[in-house]
Every structure is written in structure tokens, then in C-alpha cells.
Write a protein that binds this ligand. Structure first.
Ligand code: HEC
Ligand code: HEC
Length: 347
């Protein structure tokens, strides 16, 4: 009885503190990010393995983590990515951190959610260059994977839908709460110094928040790149028009999240802005018609750096080895590994 009463009062206390804590969140256009709620830990663990497993690529060398490196803020820090056979990618790789908050996936929004997105790169000839059939064949040939899929999905046969479900479940845990800015939003007035606060004020008052807002400080809409002045680039991407076929959507791109932006250089869909200072300067000029002086730019950059949150803590997954039945990688496009010169000579 006593224990029950204690439970109830504890419960009442935690509800009361939750309400109190919510009440202290500052009323700003940017909202704090909350820690991920893991609904199905086994599925997340499986998704993590798949995310790191290069055997889902033709070369046996490229995994999701190659271009969305979780040691580097979920990006590759390259202007455009490197794909199968060292192919130059067409566009800058956006971060996977907090990507579950995006209104849609890709710069042009062509995938509606993370599940739909995750099937793309595996079969993209310029990225992992595999097929969905071969990917499931690889997984099917490894008993530990088979077992794990069965535990998580309750089915014998592995299909690509399960693969993308698991990867998406893992990606949903890749959120970055507790940045300095979030601490400030939640009531710790000392979390930001004067320069960072001045930068935030300028960010807000200049109108950056019209597009960069919400918990991810972006990701909620598609906007014209070059609203006031045209943006010059050699990159061929046209943005949302490729999906909507509406001419008005030409050169509209998904507004990127600015969470962890100090880690996700270089910037813009063409990766042309090498530094955060460049990106801020260009944004001011072409989106808002404002020319920031060096001090203003430095203040905004100082504010943007307060958006770096706690990075997901990842223990590298250990993969079960391939078996004799596992299709072999083909990194140099020479076909079956058995046909490689060295292998022939042995016999
Ligand atoms: C060869 C590099 C490469 C590999 C490998 C790769 N990606 Fe990507 N990823 C990119 C690029 C480039 C884009 C942007 C493409 C576009 O918008 O047209 C992207 C976009 C994304 C996005 C959308 C993010 C956003 O803000 O719109 C997610 C999520 C993502 N990738 C997850 C994955 C997953 C999961 C895998 C593994 C199954 C993977 N990627 C493999 C390069 C890569
Ligand atoms: C009209 C909407 C809009 C406004 C206003 C706006 N932005 Fe952006 N911002 C975007 C879009 C769209 C992109 C991506 C454009 C692209 O890559 O083609 C972007 C990209 C960025 C990037 C690069 C992020 C990355 O990962 O590549 C930074 C940094 C940035 N904005 C900061 C700012 C700042 C600072 C302001 C205010 C001075 C601002 N933005 C105002 C829409 C806007």
C-alpha cells in the first residue's frame, strides 16, 4: 500500500516537473530538440548494422556511413560525394542527423520519408551500385542476419522493405539534443555569451528564421535559392521542379537543417561555400538583400555554432562474417572474384 502511494506521488511529481519544464521553454521560432525515444531497440540495432555494412554495395566497400559519416556530423565533408568506382557525385551529401524532422528527404524532396529514402542509395549506380535483390541475397546468406531479421520482423524471408524499415528506425535515433542553444531555450540564460546572443538576435531580426525555424532550424519547407538575387552555380540540380513539374518550383531546394552546421561543411546543394562565414554572407545577400559586415557575420557564425548538439554515441557494430554462399564484392567491375587474375594463377 505504502509503495503504491509513493508511486502515485512520484508520478504526480514527475508530471508536475514536466509541465514546469515545458513552461520555461522560451517562446522563440527555434524549438529545442528532444532526445530520441527508442520504440524498438532490436530493430534500431539491426538498422545500425545495415547502416554500417559495406556488403550492401557492389564494391563491398561503401556503406551509408561512407557518405554520412557519424564521426563527421553525418556528412562526408566533401563538395560532392564519391560513389562506386570513385564516381563524382552530382550534389552535396546532407547530414542524416535529425533528418527524421525533414518534411521530405533529398534536396528536391523526391523521397517522402526515411524509409522511402533508404532504398535509393543501395541501388543508385552512382552510389552503392547494388540491386535490392543482391542486397537481400547477401543478408539471406548470413545466418546471424537471418536470425536477427526473424526476431525483429517475425518472418523468414528478408525483403528490402524490412531493410529500409530497420535503417529508418536507426536513423530516427540520430538526433542531437542539448546544444548550448537548447540549454538557453530551456531557461539557462548563461548558456550563451553576448556575441552568440547578438548573433541570434541578428539571425531572427534579419529574417533568417522565416525559413530556418522549428526544432531542426530548417527542414520544414522548400524555398527558392536566390530569392532576392540569383545564385550562380555550375551545378545542374534544379530542385523541387524535378519532382513537382511546376515551373514555379525551379531552383527551390529543401531548406537544410542548421543543427550541427559547424560540422557539416561545405555548404549548399552544390557544396560551393567552403566556410560558414561564406554561407552566412551569401544567404544574407541573396535571400534577404542584406550585406553583413565582418562583425555581424562573425556574430551569426558564433550563434550557429551553439546549435551543435550532443552527437549520437555509437558503438561500432561487429558484423557476422560472410559465408561461402554470400555473393562476393565486385569493387573493380571485373565480375566474380574467382575470375580475378591472382585467383586464376593459383590453380
Ligand atoms: C555515395 C555517397 C552516399 C551513400 C553511400 C549514401 N548516401 Fe545518402 N545521400 C547522399 C547524397 C549526395 C544525398 C543527397 C542527394 C540528393 O538530394 O539528391 C543523400 C541524401 C540522403 C538523405 C536525405 C537527407 C536530407 O536532408 O534530405 C538521407 C536520409 C540519406 N542520404 C541516408 C542514406 C542511407 C540510409 C544510406 C545507406 C543505405 C545512404 N544515404 C547512402 C550520398 C550518399
Ligand atoms: C527564403 C528562405 C531562406 C532565408 C530567408 C534564409 N535561408 Fe539559409 N537556406 C535556405 C535554403 C533554401 C538553403 C539551401 C540552398 C541550396 O543549397 O541551394 C539554405 C542554406 C543555408 C545554409 C547552408 C546549410 C547547409 O548545410 O548547406 C546556411 C548556413 C544558411 N542557410 C544560413 C542562413 C542565414 C544565416 C540566413 C539569414 C541571413 C538564412 N540562411 C536565410 C533558405 C533560406
Amino acid at each position: 500500500m505504502k509503495a503504491k502511494a509513493l508511486m502515485i506521488s512520484l508520478l504526480a511529481f514527475s508530471v508536475a516537473t514536466a509541465v514546469w519544464a515545458e513552461g520555461t521553454v522560451k517562446d522563440e521560432p527555434i524549438k529545442p530538440i528532444e532526445a530520441a525515444v527508442v520504440k524498438d531497440p532490436k530493430m534500431v540495432e539491426l538498422g545500425k548494422k545495415l547502416y554500417f555494412d559495406p556488403r550492401l554495395s557492389k564494391s563491398g566497400f561503401i556503406s551509408c556511413n561512407s557518405c554520412h559519416n557519424l564521426s563527421l556530423g553525418g556528412t562526408d565533408n566533401l563538395q560532392t560525394s564519391i560513389g562506386d568506382k570513385w564516381q563524382q557525385g552530382p550534389i552535396n551529401s546532407p547530414t542524416v542527423l535529425n533528418s527524421s524532422m525533414n518534411v521530405a528527404q533529398f534536396w528536391d524532396g523526391r523521397a517522402k520519408d526515411l524509409k522511402e529514402q533508404a532504398g535509393g542509395p543501395i541501388a543508385n549506380p552512382g552510389e552503392m551500385a547494388f540491386t535490392h535483390e543482391l542486397a537481400t541475397k547477401v543478408l539471406d546468406s548470413i545466418p546471424a542476419y537471418k536470425e536477427e531479421f526473424k526476431t525483429v520482423f517475425g518472418k523468414e524471408a528478408i525483403d528490402i522493405g524490412m531493410v529500409t524499415d530497420a535503417i529508418a528506425a536507426f536513423e530516427e535515433t540520430l538526433v542531437t539534443p542539448d546544444s548550448k542553444f537548447d540549454q538557453w531555450l530551456k531557461g539557462d540564460d548563461k548558456a550563451l555569451d553576448d556575441k552568440e546572443l547578438a548573433g541570434y538576435k541578428l539571425f531572427k531580426d534579419s529574417g533568417c528564421v522565416a525559413c530556418h525555424n522549428g526544432p531542426a532550424v530548417g527542414g520544414t519547407s522548400f524555398q527558392k535559392m536566390g530569392l532576392v538575387e540569383p545564385y550562380k552555380t555550375d551545378n545542374k540540380a534544379e530542385g523541387l521542379v524535378a519532382v513537382s513539374k511546376q515551373d514555379a518550383d525551379r531552383f527551390k531546394f529543401k531548406v537544410p537543417t542548421l543543427r550541427n552546421v559547424e560540422m557539416t561543411y561545405p555548404y549548399f546543394h552544390d557544396g560551393a561555400a567552403k566556410t560558414l562565414e561564406d554561407a552566412v554572407h551569401i544567404m544574407g545577400q541573396i535571400q534577404l538583400g542584406k550585406k553583413f559586415n565582418d562583425e555581424e557575420t562573425a556574430n551569426i557564425v558564433a550563434f550557429l555554432k551553439t546549435l551543435t548538439g550532443k552527437q549520437p554515441e555509437i558503438t561500432l557494430p561487429v558484423m557476422a562474417p560472410s559465408t561461402n554462399d554470400t555473393p562476393r564484392p565486385d569493387p573493380f567491375g571485373k565480375g566474380d572474384a574467382a575470375k580475378v587474375e591472382g585467383a586464376d594463377k593459383k590453380s
